[in-house]
Design a protein around this ligand. Sequence first.
Ligand code: UDP
Length: 152
Amino acid sequence: MSHSERTFIAVKPDGVQRGLTSKILARFEDRGYKLVGIKLIQADEQLLSQHYAEHVGKPFFPKMVSFMMSGPILATVWEGKDVVKQGRVILGATNPLSNAPGTIRGDFGIDLGRNVCHGSDSVESANREISLWFKKEELVQWESNQAKWIYE
Ligand code: UDP
């Protein structure tokens, strides 16, 4: 559990369209995580089939992919201690209706297919997703001046 653990967090097209990007970024910044990559991207079918490889062929897949291509996605990479697991906690459970308020999906979503955000579910998938969505040179290594006030 190092301070350099990274996760991939994306604001899906519904979150971008609804103007929720800054609120979602703020949840991660407020917690103390460090932003190391960010871009707005129009995803294509090839990228999404790789990203959601485990879901290819499932009944919901075509509708989900066409939704994910319906507008821009805000792709981000965050760094910090336990960020993969904590990122999932900040997002909440996949189905917004299963969440109490306090999580992004619990605060901003209702339907499963409009759950506002994506977050990697393990360190392995985080590494895979980061290299899928970002080129190495798009990730910025920098020292945060806040680190000593966040970590003991
Ligand atoms: N999804 C859907 N219908 C389903 C199952 C999943 O639209 O029946 C969407 C949902 O938006 C979810 C995404 O597909 O976020 C990927 O599903 P997964 O189980 O990987 O959930 P996640 O990792 O996003 O919480």
